[in-house]
Design a protein around this ligand. Structure first.
Ligand SMILES: [Cu+2]
Length: 138
């Protein structure tokens, strides 16, 4: 019986391939983590109405607050029905509050609504997301 020679070229090559594969996987993990970090720069930190909130009175304004500054001219909030019909859009900055963005809401009957946002954060990243809220029947 021959003992496996750990220093043989074949084994070294195998190990190199394995390292390459692990390195590749690690690079993918890094890039995914990088994307998450990018989102974290101006992620949504507060919203009125808030996610999953049930409100008794239809909101006149949607107000979003982000973790970093955002650029209103290159940002948008839309209010949609659950099946994707856009009821209203807006992008109104709040003087002195560079992290906040608002949009005027149209008249909202009782029901479920989606707030969708796409903002340009001051560091140049696009941040987008959506959440729902409900206007309760009186
Ligand atoms: Cu960023």
């Amino acid at each position: 019986m021959t003992k496996p020679d750990k220093t043989s070229p074949k084994r070294a090559r195998l190990r190199a391939n394995l390292n390459f594969a692990v390195g590749g996987a690690f690079a993918i993990v890094l890039s995914v983590a990088g994307a998450t970090t990018a989102l974290a720069h101006s992620f949504l930190v507060d919203a009125t109405p808030s996610s999953k909130e049930h409100v008794a009175t239809p909101p006149k304004t949607i107000k979003l607050k982000f973790g970093g500054g955002i650029e209103p001219p290159y940002s948008k909030i839309s209010i949609e029905t659950p099946d994707g019909k856009v009821l209203g859009e807006g992008s109104i900055g709040v003087p002195g509050k560079p992290r906040e963005l608002t949009a005027n809401a149209p008249e909202l009957a009782p029901g479920k609504y989606i707030v969708r946002y796409r903002v340009l954060s001051s560091d140049g990243h696009i941040v987008e997301g959506n959440y729902e809220f409900t206007v309760d029947a009186k």
